[in-house]
Write a protein that binds this ligand. Structure first.
Ligand code: FES
Length: 350
């Protein structure tokens, strides 16, 4: 809809927006980005969900990027990020994500067990810097552990579907998991890929028998790693060790409030709006404000875009990603921060 048409339509739809009426006719249309679950495949390791993106959500992305998924969990709206496992331009209009439920992970358990075709979910646009450059590097090493395999699956599918065998980088993929092979469905798929793609080598690291994947073992498996582009996705201990050994490493780690459960919490007062609420230390300032009825400015909801940055007026906010404290006059990303005791914050609203 052009801007002029939209202004005209708004005259007739006020106090609602034209999108509110559009969503009555087509539930995929609305103020927010939405998608409809089209397929659900449950394996021992992962639940894979195919999502048809609604209007406004571009199907274009770089292999390795993630999308945000929003769900109501225990009466409040919660967001998490999931790597896309489909490859861009694969011929399918579906975006796929794979969820590995984590123990006590309310969100992942709910999404993995309750997703069903026809369900509408809220989404954010594909985002993130974890993707291969064009032109491709000559040599690449992929280091993954557990669910960290998912963005690399997208990269490998993209290499496989859009490149001839000769165009591939010389690629070594070391995957670590507490199992004899990567989880289904990716173990069998990648094994087959390794058999037919001459430049792709898959090394599985069974961490039950060999302990945690470490820098010495990686160097032994890839003696020329110093000359390689490196992409690593997995737990922070692995990413920290790899980044220290090879600073050129591109890493991907998703923020999860569960990691920091119980570190903080307290009362939040939102500037002069008169709104006050509590955060238990896992509910971010952004989520708490929204639950209290504020329409707070935000973008990626995962600490990247800085759209949600707000000023601390008094008290202390803690950034859950690294535990940094922010006090009076300092700027904090509300989507990844919680109060530590009483906090007054100047929150931007739409
Ligand atoms: S919403 Fe993007 S950094 Fe907070």
């Amino acid at each position: 809809m052009t801007r002029a048409l939209r202004r005209l339509a708004t005259v007739f739809t006020t106090p609602l927006l034209p999108e509110d009426y559009a969503s009555l006719l087509d539930p995929l249309r609305g103020r927010e980005l939405r998608g409809r679950v089209e397929t659900v495949e449950r394996h021992d390791g992962f639940t894979t969900i195919g999502i048809k993106p609604g209007p406004g959500l571009s199907p274009h992305f770089h292999a390795g990027q993630f999308i945000g998924v929003g769900l109501q969990v225990q009466g409040r709206f919660v967001w998490r990020s999931y790597s896309l496992t489909s490859a861009p331009g694969e011929g399918s209009s579906l975006l796929t994500i794979s969820i590995k439920p984590v123990p006590d992970g309310l969100f992942s358990q709910k999404l993995a067990t309750s997703a069903q075709p026809g369900q509408l979910i809220r989404l954010t646009a594909p985002s993130g810097n974890f993707y291969l450059p064009v032109p491709l590097p000559k040599k690449a090493v992929f280091l993954t552990a557990g669910a960290g395999i998912t963005p690399v699956v997208s990269m490998l599918r993209w290499l496989d579907s859009d490149h001839s065998a000769g165009d591939w980088p010389d690629a070594v993929h070391i995957h670590s998991e507490r199992a004899a092979a990567p989880s289904e469905p990716y173990g069998p798929e990648l094994q087959k890929l390794a058999e037919r793609a001459p430049k792709y080598r898959l090394e599985h690291w069974d961490s039950r028998e060999r302990g945690r994947l470490n820098v010495d073992a990686i160097r032994e498996l890839v003696p020329d790693i110093d000359q390689c582009a490196i992409y690593a996705c997995g737990p922070s201990e692995l990413l920290d060790a790899v980044s220290e050994a090879w600073p050129q490493t591109v890493t991907e780690k998703f923020f999860s409030p569960l990691d920091s459960a119980g570190t903080s919490g307290g009362e939040i007062e939102f500037g002069d709006t008169g709104v006050q609420c509590e955060s238990n230390g896992t509910t971010t300032i952004l989520e708490a404000g929204e639950a209290a009825g504020l329409n707070m400015v935000h973008g990626c909801r995962m600490g990247i875009c800085r759209t949600c940055v707000s000023t601390v007026e008094s008290g202390v906010a803690v950034d859950l990603r690294d535990g940094t404290n922010y006090g009076e006059g300092e700027h904090v990303r509300t989507c990844v921060s919680v109060p530590s005791g009483y906090l007054k914050i100047r929150a931007g609203q739409h």
